[in-house]
Design a protein around this ligand. Structure first.
Ligand code: IPT
Length: 967
């Protein structure tokens, strides 16, 4: 059997270990290497010979994935499949067509390089590498996201060393690396040469526990005999390693990531390890750190760079963590493989709970009824245990890691038990996670993915349906619960986050979850005419692919936060600020550990969206879990006292907004960064608001319908012009470009019902002194379901009022995407100002991050650039909106009740037809939707559909809008 088609662990590598930063010499071998791509695995390995001439070869960057190094496809292309293997399922065999990248580097040792032992360390080769140094074979490595080290001291020369690495895209390892991501071969993580001084530190194993009852930490560092520990901050000076030392410490938590720099030294080598003291236990069915239950406000993070794939720079890793911290995220599941080791250092430093997951997924065997699943096949046992051991040996010194995960979607089988036993033998201080086994045979926590709200609630109550085996059932029922994946963040969404969070906060057993997922893996590409877009599955001509399912993150490929991330930030905010009766508000500290030192409260009082008064208040100093009621600064706000209707309030809705911001810079955000906020009306919004004001002005002006003045209608009663602006007449609109969460099934129902092609039949047009009455029936072909619509137009001067009455006719069996009006304005009307929710988009079940205020934007800026074009950009609870040109001329739209507003340069049908953002071409109009409502969003692309309260169904509706030309 060829070496790449064996169930083995590879050969030649040294036992795994941690790789702490030490003062021993090291040489990065990253850089420009020579490269040759061959179509099969069997080209003679001539290049391993130092005498071989690679002068005719191309150059390649290491680390890299070769298909992304040449974007013309000449080095192959990325392939995206979610579950299915892109190769026949025939383990351990792989196709004869097996792109094989030969990598070659000639290097000299730097001056002063010590003789003696040295290691060559590869942090990651995808999927199988065979390695030679100076003509001698070192071995073969599997485990793409795991390190391998080889002893090379005896082979090194001062100059002209030749390192040759053959990398196969497909190998036996492919069968256990079926994660939902691009298939991308290459030496994609660092390559380093490490000098190993005689008498140096071979491995360093840190144990650092914390007893919350005594405030004492326990430190033990296991390493080579004779090593000593020094840490001035802990008062340690040359203390012998290998013994437990008890001493008072500041503990480490993700919220308060206190690290001690401990030097571990022998005469020959010194390392500095970042030590965080914390103890993780499962107690009383709760997941506790340092004695307190923790709530995961987490995300699943794949490593991704839109240009380089899974080659991620340290800068990008920090960017990810800083963005997460800035958005109140406190936990990362390393989905679905151990991340680049630097990432974990940064998690220790910035504070993040981490689930470190083994590089194991065999999801595609599920397509074949799990026949020959590696998890259950004894032939794979050693290879899988090897993966688990390499993960733990590399990562166990990190305080940020609070759980080990056996892998993802690998079915069930005995090998999981062998992995679990191996992990426990190496580290019994962290609970084990694996979602794929409902019986939780090998785990310490109960984990699910995409369980809907109802199931999560049952589990919260401990009332989940029993397992067949009563013993296993009792065991599982005593476990803490988490959702290792939930709230599928594909495209517009996820909806329903708030409802999940309410459950997580209500039931102690629920420890929160990890949104799927952090980033859209769109690959930056260009159209033939040079316009940039992000590619997804199918864009590279793959014979099998899963389309844009690869774009399901909270940040866009360029790491711009999506509205979903802003919503998540608000939903999980660790401080909650709410109204507490007249003149007061409550601040609740929902951290698990941190107090509120370091936060300031900023307040504003706005009338009609315009700041009337503002100031700062000290934040009450609350311990985790405490809350306090604070008086509003009413005295500082002229006219805000007491909730009575005052003169200033009568000028428009008045709102209090209270924001908790950082008082000083932190490692991840500057002073002033907003953590949490609350907002509420100062007086009953229904009593006083701009809507009423506008409506009554019209009423007072004795609306009528006489000789057409500012408005011009055609013979069918369609509004063609207002105040000199030519319009595409307002008409009833039911369609939205389906979102990813509207799913193929729902969108198919909508299309089947014909909601994207409704026609409007004029029943009659009656003009009298008071009004122009237009009655129509709106309906698609082939169905008897329709809507009976009455438009009642009345005018006062320039002001035009429309009262709409809508009554369903026939039998409606599908929810409506939207219900409202669509009109077209000439393209120059592209500036928007509104009073309502903003600044960003919102939908019925994704509305928490929006606040009431007055906002200005442009039609272009109001589009949300989801990688796959779909409904986006709606603004909620809009009282009025001005759509104008650069001079301020245009149209004002007032709603008698708040409406949902969308403006874009293309129609919903064009948006629906587009496959990439570059397909969207501005036309002659700005299309405005004034909606009574839209159907909610949900997360049904891989999770629950829209919750019943956020569905939109055909029902009798009435709606009044007022149009005013602006000049
Ligand atoms: C789940 C996978 O674990 C994850 O990798 C990703 O594919 C996600 O789905 C969907 O984006 S598995 C699914 C069958 C629930």
């Amino acid at each position: 059997m060829r070496y790449l088609e064996t169930f083995s662990t590879g050969y030649g590598a040294l036992p795994p270990r941690a790789n702490p930063a030490t003062d021993a010499a090291r040489l990065s071998l990253n850089g420009t290497w020579r490269f040759r791509l061959t179509p099969t695995a069997d080209t003679p390995a001539d290049f391993a010979d130092p005498a071989f001439s690679d002068s005719g070869w191309d150059e390649i960057a290491v680390p890299s994935h070769w298909p992304l190094q040449r974007r013309d496809g000449s080095w192959g292309n990325p392939i995206y499949t979610n579950v299915r293997y892109p190769i026949p399922v025939d383990p351990p065999y792989v196709p004869t067509e097996n792109p094989t990248g030969d990598h070659r580097l000639t290097f000299d040792l730097p001056g002063g390089w010590p003789g003696g032992d040295a290691l060559l360390r590869f942090e990651g080769i995808d999927s199988c590498g065979r390695i030679w140094l100076n003509g001698t074979e070192l071995g073969v490595t599997f485990g793409s996201r795991l390190p391998s080290e080889f002893a090379v001291g005896h082979l090194l020369r001062p100059t002209g060393n030749v390192l040759a690495v053959r990398v196969h895209q497909w190998s036996a390892g492919t069968y256990v690396e079926d994660q939902d991501m691009w298939w991308l071969p290459g030496i994609f993580r660092d390559v380093t040469l490490l000098a190993r001084p005689d008498g140096g530190l071979t491995d360093v194993r840190v144990h650092a526990g914390y007893d919350h009852r005594t405030g004492l930490g326990t430190l033990r560092v296991d390493t080579v005999e004779g090593a000593v520990l020094t840490c001035p901050e802990l008062g340690l000076s040359a203390a012998p390693a290998g013994f437990a030392i008890e001493l008072p410490v500041t503990p480490w938590t993700a919220e308060t990531p206190h690290l001690y720099r401990v030097e571990v030294a022998t005469g020959a080598e010194r390392a500095v390890v970042a030590v965080g003291f914390r103890t993780v236990v499962i107690e009383d069915g709760l997941f506790k750190v340092n004695g307190r239950a923790v709530l995961f406000r987490g995300v699943n993070r794949h490593e991704f760079d839109p240009d380089h794939g899974r080659v991620v720079s340290e800068e990008l890793m920090r960017t990810d963590l800083v963005l997460m911290k800035q958005h109140n995220i406190n936990a990362v599941r390393a989905s679905h493989y151990p991340p680049h080791p630097r990432f974990l250092d940064l998690c220790d430093e910035l504070g993040m709970w981490v689930i470190d997951e083994c590089d194991l997924e065999t999801h595609g065997f599920g397509e074949n009824d799990w026949r020959r699943n590696p998890t259950a096949d004894p032939a794979w046992r050693d290879a899988l245990v090897d993966r688990a051991v390499r993960m733990v040996a590399r990562d166990r010194n990190h305080p940020s890691i609070v759980m080990w995960s056996l892998g993802n979607e690998a079915g069930v089988g005995d090998n999981l038990g062998h992995m679990a036993a191996a992990i426990r033998a190496l580290d019994d201080t962290r609970p084990l996670h694996y979602e794929g086994d409902r019986e939780c045979r090998h785990t310490d926590v109960y984990s699910r993915m995409y369980a809907d709200h109802a199931e999560v609630e049952l589990i919260g109550r401990g009332e989940e349906p029993p397992l067949d085996d009563p013993e296993l059932d009792a065991r599982r029922r005593a476990m803490p619960f988490l959702q290792c994946e939930y709230a599928h963040a594909m495209g517009n969404g996820p909806g329903g986050l708030h409802e999940y969070q309410q459950l997580f906060e209500r039931y102690d057993r629920l420890h929160g979850g990890f949104v799927w997922e952090w980033i859209d893996h769109g690959i930056r590409s260009r159209t033939a005419d040079g316009r940039e877009f992000h590619a997804y599955g199918g864009d590279f001509g793959e014979e099998l692919h899963d389309g844009n399912f690869i774009c399901d993150g909270l940040v866009f490929p360029d790491r711009t936060p999506s509205p979903g991330l802003l919503e998540y930030k608000k939903v999980i905010e660790p401080v909650r600020i709410t109204e507490a009766g007249p003149g007061a508000f409550t601040v609740a500290n929902r951290h698990d550990f941190a107090d509120l030192t370091g936060l300031t409260l900023c307040w504003t009082y706005e009338i009609g969206g315009i700041e009337h008064a503002a100031g700062e208040l000290p934040c009450p100093q609350l311990a985790a879990g405490e809350s306090a009621t604070v008086a509003l600064p009413v005295a500082e706000v002229p006219g805000a006292g007491g909730g009575a209707l005052t003169e200033s309030a009568a000028a428009g809705e008045s709102w209090w907004t209270l924001r908790a911001v950082l008082a000083a810079d932190t490692a991840w955000a500057g002073a002033g960064h907003e953590i949490a906020w609350g907002q509420w009306p100062a007086v009953d919004a229904s009593v006083v608001n701009g809507v009423e004001a506008a409506g009554s002005a019209l009423d007072e002006a004795e609306a009528g319908f006489g000789a057409p003045r500012a408005a011009r209608f055609d013979e069918r009663g369609r509004l063609m012009e207002l105040g000199g602006i030519g319009l595409v007449a307002p008409r009833i609109d039911l369609w939205r470009a389906p979102t990813d969460n509207d799913t193929h099934a729902l969108a198919a129902q909508w299309r089947h019902a014909g909601l994207h092609r409704v026609h409007e039949r004029t029943i009659d047009v009656i003009a009298d002194r008071d009004a122009l009455l237009v009655r129509t029936r709106v309906a698609p072909a082939a169905t008897d379901a329709g809507l009976l619509v009455t438009y009642r137009w009345s005018e006062a001067g320039d002001v035009l009022r429309l009262q709409l009455d809508i009554t369903p006719d026939g039998v409606w069996t599908v929810p409506l995407p939207r219900l409202g009006l669509r009109l077209g304005l000439p393209a120059g009307y592209d500036q928007v100002e509104w009073f309502g929710r903003g600044p960003g988009e919102g939908y019925a079940d994704t509305r928490l991050a929006t606040r009431v205020g007055r906002f200005t934007s442009t039609v272009d800026a109001m589009q949300t650039p989801y990688v796959y074009p779909q409904e986006n950009g709606s603004r909620l609870d809009v009282r009025w909106a001005n759509v104008t040109d650069a001079t301020g001329a245009g149209l004002r739209i007032d709603g008698r009740s708040p409406f949902q507003f969308t403006a874009r340069r293309w129609t919903s049908e064009q948006l629906d037809a587009a496959r990439h953002l570059t397909d969207l071409v501005p036309g002659a109009h700005v299309w405005v939707n004034v909606d009574l409502a839209q159907h909610g969003i949900g997360s049904n692309s891989c999770g629950p559909a829209v919750l019943p309260g956020h569905e939109l169904h055909a029902a009798p509706a009435a709606f009044t809008v007022v149009f005013t030309p602006l000049r």
